[in-house]
Design a protein around this ligand. Structure first.
Ligand code: HEC
Ligand code: HEC
Length: 475
């Protein structure tokens, strides 16, 4: 199937009416043909199969435990897990936003129980990424501070590395997400709060209190008993059981069957051939730019350990505007306390300053804000900036970018950020209006799994949770 051969593809559209089969042959224009071939070649060259999503249970080595996942879903939405009694995972990872933030910068404790544009309260430091497809991420967080050293989140043999005090202590857990689920409840600004009794506890102390709350609740005891026989026989629910439940729920959040995947699977596989039509010409041309002349794939990688997630899971300085909240509960970095040092926070190495993880790009269309601090609220604006950060930075206007009023100042300095910009982003990528539109089409719809839509994801928000605490209002 080389592109040199100008082939005529005959599409057979079968229309079945009352037992009569009408075959309507259509000759496709030759440029469509070569467009498909070009895209196939590019995807093959990057080893992109479109099959990452369907590999889940095989990589897990077992079936998903639906009962446990459903329990995890309830816990994920229950403020019982937050010792400040007012936040749950879902306060920042909202089902109706692809289990990502409804905000440019997350609001944790002290919130008004609303999840959506009208959420108020003190800001933390960064935007909560979507929890979709995280099961395939070898490193988690904007500065990759939770990492599977085997570069495989399913393989703990080389250890799971976390910053102190956890360090390698979570390495016996079966998956990086199971280990990660030990962390958020211990974060004072996210869930635990600043009550002196809480501040007196170490992380295991906080987890112990959360487990105590679960054990004091009859419905949680019954639900955990369904998955853990020892609980049924009277043993206490442990924090690890909770982490396993939350992770199991996250394993179900695989939405990696986008048009680009269907296209990749469709080519050259007999009966699936008609799936070439799953992408529009604009999406295909956008994909060619992405994998080709615009060279996005050099960072938003699909091969090897990236598991076709459109990230190399490495850190780069992208030169994003340094926004900081006027009302927050995290002290920002730098002399003006208005900067985010990114990777340096983890390594302590000033050479890592301002570096953040290449964002995985699947299902991007669900996000209400972009980059680590949500400096943009429209994809087009974010992309235009990203194509030429050095040229765009001086003109950045947080109001025009659609930021909430409390994020419009003060802003951190940009000269030191731009001085460190990744060489791969230092030269502007120049696109025609048409190419820009095509690239956006690829990002917005070519990478969107149609099952990940607000309507269906919303159905995962429980009407009530076992604690009986009010469920947040999702808008
Ligand atoms: C206060 C808001 C908030 C709450 C509550 C919260 N998170 Fe997050 N979450 C974030 C932010 C912000 C990040 C990224 C932080 C960073 O990179 O520094 C994140 C990152 C993550 C990631 C990694 C995503 C990735 O792409 O690497 C996972 C997984 C996750 N959270 C799961 C959870 C779970 C499970 C809970 C509940 C036990 C939870 N979160 C509670 C804000 C929150
Ligand atoms: C040198 C590496 C690099 C290259 C090349 C690159 N990116 Fe990025 N991209 C990043 C990093 C790093 C981030 C996250 C930056 C941050 O938030 O601080 C990012 C973020 C993004 C985001 C925002 C996603 C989100 O969740 O907020 C989009 C969209 C994006 N890139 C698209 C592209 C496109 C399209 C191209 C090609 C024109 C491209 N990138 C080229 C490294 C790169």
């Amino acid at each position: 199937m080389s592109i040199q051969h100008c082939k005529i593809i005959v599409l057979l559209a079968a229309l079945i009416t009352g037992g009569v089969v009408i075959l309507a042959p259509r000759v496709s224009a030759s440029h469509e043909n070569s467009l498909d071939d070009q895209l196939s070649e590019v995807l093959d060259a990057h080893g992109f199969t479109g099959r990452a999503g369907s590999s889940l249970e095989q990589r897990l080595g077992r079936r998903i435990d639906k009962k446990l996942a459903d329990l995890g879903r309830l816990a994920f939405h229950d403020t019982l897990l937050g010792l400040n009694n007012d936040n749950s995972c879902s306060g920042c990872h909202a089902a109706n936003k692809g289990f990502g933030d409804s905000q440019s910068i997350a609001i944790g404790i002290g919130n008004n129980n609303i999840v959506g544009p009208d959420r108020t309260g003190p800001r933390n430091q960064r935007r909560a990424p979507m929890v979709l497809n995280n099961v395939f991420f070898p490193r988690l967080m904007w500065n990759s501070r939770f990492s599977s050293l085997s570069a495989d989140p399913f393989d703990n043999s080389a250890g799971f590395q976390f910053p102190p005090p956890e360090s390698f202590s979570l390495s016996a857990l079966p998956h990086l997400l199971t280990a990660q689920a030990f962390i958020p409840v211990t974060e004072n600004v996210e869930m635990a709060g600043f009550d002196p009794a809480v501040l007196a506890l170490d992380h295991d102390g906080i987890r112990g209190l959360v487990a105590e709350r679960l054990n004091a609740n009859g419905e949680y005891r019954r639900l955990f008993g369904r998955s853990f026989p020892e609980v049924r026989n009277g043993a206490p629910i442990t924090y690890e059981m909770l982490a396993r439940a939350i992770a199991e729920f996250e394993f179900t959040l695989v939405f990696a069957d986008a048009p680009i995947d269907k296209f990749a699977r469709g080519r050259g596989h007999g009966r699936e051939n008609d799936r070439e039509n799953v992408m529009t010409d604009d999406e295909k041309r956008g994909a060619l730019l992405f994998f080709g002349s615009a060279n996005c794939v050099s960072c938003h990688a699909v091969s090897g350990q990236s598991n076709e997630m459109f990230s190399d899971f490495q850190q780069h300085v992208a030169g994003i505007p340094q926004t900081a909240p006027t009302f927050g509960n995290v002290v920002f970095d730098g002399p003006g306390a208005n900067e985010d040092f990114g990777l340096e926070q983890v390594t302590g190495n000033p050479n890592d300053r301002y570096a953040f993880r290449t964002s995985p790009l699947r299902n991007l269309a669900l996000q209400p804000a972009f980059f680590h601090n949500g400096a943009f609220t429209r994809l087009e604006d974010a992309l235009r900036y990203h194509l030429n950060a050095i040229g765009s930075a001086p003109g950045y206007d947080p109001a025009a970018a659609g930021l909430d009023t409390d994020l419009r100042g003060p802003r951190g300095p940009m000269a030191p950020v731009l001085a460190r910009i990744d060489p791969g982003l230092a030269t502007p990528v120049v696109l025609s209006n048409r190419e820009f539109r095509q690239l956006v089409a690829f990002l917005r719809s070519g990478l969107l799994d149609p099952k990940a839509n607000e309507h269906d994801l919303r159905k995962l928000i429980p009407l009530r949770v076992p604690s009986g605490n009010p469920v947040h209002t999702f808008r």
